[in-house]
Design a protein around this ligand. Structure first.
Ligand code: HSE
Length: 300
């Protein structure tokens, strides 16, 4: 028996879609489970030693969680994890582990739950749906959690849209980055937020990107989280003036996502490097394609 789950990186919020919008990117973690050697754990990926500690290993927690649903404990397995999605950078590394853990446990126990059925458990483990939804289904997703039910819809994207991700060297853990947010927001801020997400979706669906720089202003989370990224507002302003369609904090940060028309990617990758260097931020700059497939489980 050998199972391999491959799960994409995800960027959550897309600026104006706090806790609702997410997008899957072609950068993958893989999780392999077999019965070849009991109690074997191997983790590949730079600086990932912390995952050998079972308490920190979200994949193992997700496996345990699913088995516990049936009052069972996972068998002793050989596990190989290969990490390409950087941890604590706002690119859905924990979502990838949760999705993989649930899909593998579902298959090991032969429960036959669909991705839609597994999604509600993933949301329970992650606390919000906007990374786990695109991690399961690929593409751009909008999710609704209401009365304990999770609903997800795919948002069609224009072919012309390209994504640049800047991954700073410093970390911002999700928890403090959520704690900093207000419990309540004024009605006028809520109304602007509703209009912005609606206009963003219409722009994507009708392939009309020209107003994105105006639409993609967020007041629900970015103003609070900007303080974790030196001169974030200045960086955003400068990149928009250089032709970016949108600049946003990826999930809870510190990675930044820059939206651009495909034909301008190369020029804009250079601009992002220039602007970040000017602000003394060492970052990896990636032009990542959108993943439309979502998590894949191979069973041998
Ligand atoms: N929507 C979540 C947040 C994503 O912004 O806190 C965390 O990756």
């Amino acid at each position: 028996m050998r199972l391999v789950a491959r799960v994409p990186a995800t960027t959550a919020n897309l600026g104006v879609g706090f806790d609702t919008l997410g997008l899957a990117l072609k950068l993958y973690n893989t999780f392999e489970v077999s019965d070849s050697e009991p109690d074997f754990l191997e983790i590949n990926g730079e600086g990932m030693e912390c995952l050998y500690n079972r308490e920190n290993n979200i994949f193992l927690k997700a496996l345990d969680f699913f088995y516990k649903l049936y009052n069972l404990t996972p068998p002793s397995l050989s596990i190989k994890i290969s990490i390409n999605i950087p941890i604590s950078k706002g690119l859905g590394s924990s979502a990838s582990a949760i999705v993989a853990g649930l899909m593998i446990a579902n298959s090991l126990l032969d429960k036959g739950l669909s991705k839609e059925e597994l999604l509600k458990y993933a949301v329970k483990l992650e606390g919000h749906p906007d990374n786990v939804s695109p991690a399961f289904f690929g593409g751009c997703t909008i999710s609704l959690v209401s009365d304990g039910k999770v609903m997800v819809k795919k948002v069609p994207l224009p072919d012309d849209l390209s994504i640049i991700v800047a991954v700073p060297y410093f970390d911002v853990p999700t928890e403090p980055s959520r704690k900093i947010l207000p419990d309540y927001v004024p009605l006028d801020v809520t109304v602007k937020g509703l209009a912005r997400i609606g206009m963003f979706l219409v722009s994507l669906i009708t392939d009309n990107l020209k107003d994105l720089p105006v639409i993609l202003e967020d007041e629900l989370h970015e103003p609070y989280r900007a303080r974790f990224i030196p001169n974030y507002n200045g960086i955003k302003k400068e990149l928009l003036s250089m032709g970016a369609l949108g600049v946003m904090i990826s999930g809870s940060g510190p990675s930044m996502v820059i939206l651009t028309e495909r034909e301008r990617v190369e020029e804009l990758v250079e601009s992002v490097g220039f602007v970040l260097t000017k602000n003394n931020i060492i970052a990896k700059i990636l032009n990542l394609d959108i993943d439309y497939e979502g998590a894949v489980l191979e069973v041998n």
